[in-house]
Design a protein around this ligand. Structure first.
Ligand code: ADP
Length: 496
């Protein structure tokens, strides 16, 4: 068995995966604990790293017990919320501040200043990332300034920095390993995407002492041995990847042209572009897909801020649904969208528009429009936004898409999935087992420790597949309507 740790933004989970000879993975036991969210100021989001560690230990111990004891486990794999930044004391192993969560915008001024000084092109060329408070580097610098004496102590190796994977590896190994995996490192703005090593010039630019950073290893490498006192015997930590990258591996999107999109609250597209990084000219992010088995796969990534959250708004805000699941039948009660489009820019528009000031916009209302049109427009918007990302991928010269692998809560909606296939002109494939993030971490660890010979094998249970069947003229008409709606949303965000 493999013990997969899935440390997410809202909860911490441990899953025990049975690994069968033919490469099938079966989730045998699960344990989950919710995580407290702290919002000390507008735009600030924090987690308590000590709470994350306690929940990790508790869920792991519970799953090990449920699965029949530590003797059944070969290795641990970790996947985690990315970019969230932790600072801790090397001597005591205690956090020196609350962790700054990926959503936190407190360093917006610092990254805007770097952009205004003309550093963005250099940072993007080296790391694949635009300058944005999303990534860890500016968060690390903020933490070093906020904790008295931390900068000097960090330069002496007495204070450590890391993303959640590094924090958990430190705690699991009793402070013996200060190690991160290369996908998590690729989200800091400090790692060179090509060499997969820290860049001292970028560390200087952001004001982060390189001595405080973890050592970067491949996703399937030995990342440390757990302290024997924790589970009764030492277990190797033999796999780690950030959540979106782990899902890429979990889906088996291992070849150029393979892509996955996770439709949850927001939606995250990660497309495998092959063995060399691609620099985006359409504001997608260049990132590492994974490094395993001595090979690396690079990726382009685009985020949609509002996906399932648009359905939540229909349910909780407009109150036209009592349950998200109703949205499918309501949308299908109409023969078409009646010319109504919803641009769900509730918290701004992400890639490829990057319009932080945009807000939700509805266009095309007539006296015939009713609640069903809102529901249909919200579900259709998932497909249009996905199409925009796929068009951006194409513009960046990414390899042609073969199939779009999907997971997340919204994929229960067959109307939405068919509409994605129709609008994006691509086959959409939803695996029977949905926990692709934990699955990816488990597959990396199983491969790393030598339980499986390949990083991925097709699951026994057949996926659900949706194929495009919309007439081209119809697709073109709908996309014209959507683009006009996006223009209206962008125009409203920039009043003259
Ligand atoms: P997250 O991991 O971001 O919390 P999930 O993958 O659990 O998200 O998905 C939850 C989202 O899926 C919610 O926003 C919810 O509105 C949406 N959702 C769940 N079921 C359906 C459905 N049948 N049709 C459309 N949206 C759905």
């Amino acid at each position: 068995m493999i013990l997969a740790i899935d440390q997410g933004t809202t909860s911490t989970r441990a899953i025990a995966f049975e690994v069968w000879l033919e490469g099938a993975f079966n989730a045998a036991a699960v344990s989950q604990i919710e995580l407290a969210q702290h919002f000390p100021h507008s735009g600030w989001v924090e987690h308590d790293a000590a709470e994350i560690w306690r929940a990790t230990l508790q869920t792991c111990r519970e799953v090990v017990r449920k699965a029949g004891g530590v003797g059944r486990f070969a290795a641990i794999g970790i996947t985690n919320q990315r970019e969230t930044s932790v600072i801790w004391d090397a001597a005591t192993g205690e956090p020196l501040h609350r962790a700054i969560v990926w959503q936190d915008r407190r360093t917006a001024e610092a990254t805007s200043k770097l952009a205004a000084e003309g550093h963005e092109a250099k940072v993007q060329a080296a790391t694949g990332l635009i300058l944005d408070p999303y990534f860890s580097a500016s968060k690390y610098a903020w933490l070093l300034d906020a904790v008295p004496g931390a900068r000097e102590r960090a330069a002496r190796g007495e204070v450590k920095l890391g993303t959640i994977d590094a924090w958990l590896i430190w705690k699991l190994t009793g402070g013996r390993s200060h190690v991160t995996d290369a996908t998590n490192a690729s989200r800091t703005s400090l790692m060179d995407l090509t060499t997969r090593a820290w860049r001292s010039d970028l560390c200087d630019l952001f004001g982060v002492p390189i001595e405080a950073l973890p050592e970067i290893r491949d996703c399937d490498a030995l990342l440390g041995q757990t302290d024997p006192a924790l589970f009764g015997r030492a277990l190797p930590i033999h796999g780690a990847a950030g959540d979106q990258q782990a899902a890429l591996v979990g889906h088996g999107a291992l070849k150029p042209g393979d892509a996955k999109i996770t439709y949850g609250t927001g939606a995250f597209l990660v497309a495998n572009v092959g063995a060399a990084p691609v620099t985006s000219t359409s504001r997608l992010l260049g990132t590492l897909g994974y490094a395993a088995g001595g090979e690396a796969a690079y990726a382009l990534e685009g985020s949609i801020f509002s996906a399932g959250s648009a359905i939540q708004w229909l349910r909780d805000g407009l109150k036209v649904l009592s349950d998200s699941r109703q949205s499918e039948a309501v949308a299908q009660s109409l023969t078409d969208n009646g010319g109504v489009y919803l641009v769900p820019g509730f918290t701004g528009l992400g890639a490829p528009w990057w319009e932080p000031e945009a807000r939700g916009t509805i266009v095309g209302l007539t006296r015939d429009s009713g609640p069903a049109h809102m529901v249909r427009a919200a579900l259709e918007s998932l497909a249009y936004q996905t199409r925009d990302l796929l068009d951006a991928l194409k513009k960046d010269g990414a390899p042609p898409l073969k199939r779009l692998k999907v997971d997340g809560g919204v994929t229960a909606n067959a109307f939405a999935m068919q509409f994605v296939a129709d609008i994006c002109e691509v086959e959409v494939e939803r695996p029977a087992f949905q926990e692709m993030t934990a699955m990816g971490a488990a597959r990396l660890a199983a491969f790393g420790v030598g339980l499986t010979e390949a990083l991925w094998a097709a699951p026994a249970e057949a996926p659900a597949v949706w194929r495009p069947r919309m007439a081209p003229a119809e697709r073109a008409r709908l996309l014209t309507g959507w683009r006009a709606a996006v223009r209206a949303a962008v125009a409203a965000a920039r009043p003259e």
